[in-house]
Design a protein around this ligand. Structure first.
Ligand code: AMP
Length: 292
């Protein structure tokens, strides 16, 4: 355990070893505390901070995990370049009321002969699952491990990664984890751009252009609110907005059932508008649920 790191450092308890995290969680639980956890990959921002605050409201002890999970990245993706400002992250955790930060090395989480995975099947074949094969299996495997390590009563995830939250809820239900999954709203910049660690990859100009993701979601929402029910027409209009954004490359723009994530051609109930778009070097995702 690393704590009390002196005048310049911060005092939040920082744990690198699984056994030590489990022992601390046991101690908290024995003392009658509820544990709230916030799994993250670090490079913390206002979005993560909002989850820490939510966890704080729901539990006496809060643990944030910071782990850039190698098995959820594809071979061409940004695992190596993913930002890792760990000192700053620890300060943010402390300032925002976390009791502990679990920050394991990859070797601590994955033994060389590791061979067990958790896979949620249908829900991961669509949206990001269709274009990032293996991604969600990496996510559910690490989250299952983190649940067994941090032993939370409550785990808080962001609506920004809507599909991830749906997949984790299904894993928790199907495998009977005794954990309450709470989904907190997406934190946005004034421009509407969803705050994201990957926004670090954007130039100032690209940041301005990236607000088009949110504008496209708002356009889709207003078309539905005005009575449009044909998903194809709405998707076309959303696509069209990116014609004026030279740095953009659309991965997908989809309209799906907000519960099952299956494509919906004629809108007849609550839908999820979801998109993934490359802006320059960054693959950004965003979504909006629209009730009718
Ligand atoms: P990440 O570090 O990107 O894996 O994200 C860790 C958690 O923070 C996930 O539950 C995300 O959904 C959540 N999160 C990321 N960005 C935001 C945001 N802008 N608003 C709310 N939650 C977010």
């Amino acid at each position: 355990m690393i704590g009390n790191r002196g005048a310049d450092g911060c005092n939040v308890v920082t744990i690198k070893e699984i056994a030590e995290m489990q022992a601390l969680a046991d101690e908290w639980l024995r003392g009658g505390s509820r544990i709230g956890c916030v799994p993250t990959m670090g490079a913390l921002h206002e979005g993560h901070v909002s989850l820490v605050h939510r966890a704080r409201e729901l539990s006496e002890r809060v643990v944030v995990s910071i782990f850039v999970n190698p098995i959820q990245f594809g071979p061409q993706e940004d695992y190596k370049s993913y930002p890792r400002p760990f000192e700053r992250d620890l300060s943010l955790c402390e300032e925002n009321g976390a009791d502990a930060v679990f920050i394991p090395a990859p070797e601590e989480m994955y033994a060389v002969d590791f061979q067990t995975h958790v896979a949620v099947e249908e829900l991961t074949t669509v949206l990001c699952g269709a274009t990032r094969p293996g991604h969600f299996q990496g996510v559910t495997t690490v989250v299952a491990k983190l649940f067994n390590i941090m032993k939370p009563n409550v785990a808080v995830f962001g609506a920004k990664d809507y599909q991830q939250a749906v997949v984790i809820k299904r894993m928790v239900r199907d495998l009977n984890f005794d954990i309450n999954i709470v989904v907190a709203p997406t934190v946005r910049e004034p421009s509407g751009l969803a705050v994201s660690s990957r926004n670090n990859y954007l130039s100032e100009q690209e940041k301005v252009e990236a607000a088009t993701l949110y504008q496209a979601l708002c356009l889709g929402e207003s078309m539905i609110q005005k009575g449009e029910r044909t998903a194809e027409k709405i998707k076309k209009a959303m696509h069209h907005l990116f014609d004026a954004v030279p740095s953009s490359r659309i991965d997908y723009i989809e309209i799906v059932d907000a519960d099952t994530l299956q494509p919906m051609e004629t809108i007849h109930k609550a839908v999820l508008l979801a998109l993934a778009v490359f802006i320059g070097p960054a693959r950004l995702i965003d979504n909006k649920v629209v009730e009718i």
